[in-house]
Design a protein around this ligand. Structure first.
Ligand code: BG6
Ligand code: MG
Length: 216
């Protein structure tokens, strides 16, 4: 495996656990429309843009809405999501992730964020982690969502590192696909039984560092 010269991180589920807030906000919307959304169904929304997620949720409930109403619902869901996110503090960063980002900095390896979220900067500011990232590629910049490789290819280009020398950290199946399509090393954060296409799967960043990354 070529040596790693840059690391690209997904946000939700890798840096911080905001998936629970997305779930609460989508579930409340579903219930308001007369159906429930299970945790299992919520898995399908990980890594997927807001409007695409809305389409999936509506299809689960068999609900059809006008474009105007879809926009209104997505805006309301986002307002509720952000309200829930405001409960977070810097302590909400996932265990070990700050330590790993510090290790990368000490070793001169740049870090980038590659997220579908349009709220990425607000969330990173909230947990006081914006300064860790040399570039931010988020839902406001990309035109093609995961599993398309665009988000990570843009990150690599920003950092001026060839994709083959980049490692991606992702908790979503769509994100692992995106990393592999970009020709990068894909490190799954979560369960190996779910992230089957990843080059390696870690449960989290505790007990993980550069030596482990270089051994993949
Ligand atoms: C991803 C999440 O990071 O961002 C998805 O995994 C979410 O669940 C997507 O839909 C878009 O987020 P936002 O914050 O722009 O609604
Ligand atoms: Mg994620």
């Amino acid at each position: 495996m070529p040596s790693i010269q840059a690391c690209l991180f997904d946000l939700d589920g890798v840096i911080v656990d905001t998936a629970q807030f997305h779930y609460i906000a989508w579930r409340e919307m579903a219930q308001d429309l007369g159906f429930d959304l299970t945790r299992e169904e919520n898995e399908r929304l990980k890594g997927i843009s807001r409007m695409e997620s809305l389409e999936i949720v509506l299809s689960i409930g068999g609900v059809t809405l006008s474009d105007e109403e879809k926009l209104r619902r997505a805006t309301a869901k986002n307002a509720r999501y952000l309200e829930l996110c405001m409960q977070m503090t810097p302590d909400d960063a996932l265990p070990g992730v700050r330590h790993f980002l510090d290790e990368l900095k000490r070793n001169g390896i740049p870090s980038g964020l590659g997220s579908a979220s349009k709220n990425a900067k607000v969330i990173l500011e909230r947990i006081d982690m914006l300064h860790y990232f040399d570039t931010i590629v988020d839902g406001n910049r990309i035109t093609k969502g995961k599993p398309d490789p665009q988000v990570f290819l843009m990150g690599a280009a920003d950092l001026n590192v060839s994709p083959v020398h980049c490692a991606v950290f992702e908790d979503a199946v769509a994100g692992i696909e995106s990393a592999k399509a970009a020709g990068m090393l894909a490190v799954g954060v979560g369960e190996a039984s779910v992230l089957t296409e990843a080059d390696m799967v870690i449960a989290g960043f505790e007990n993980f560092g550069l030596p482990q990354l270089e051994n993949i």
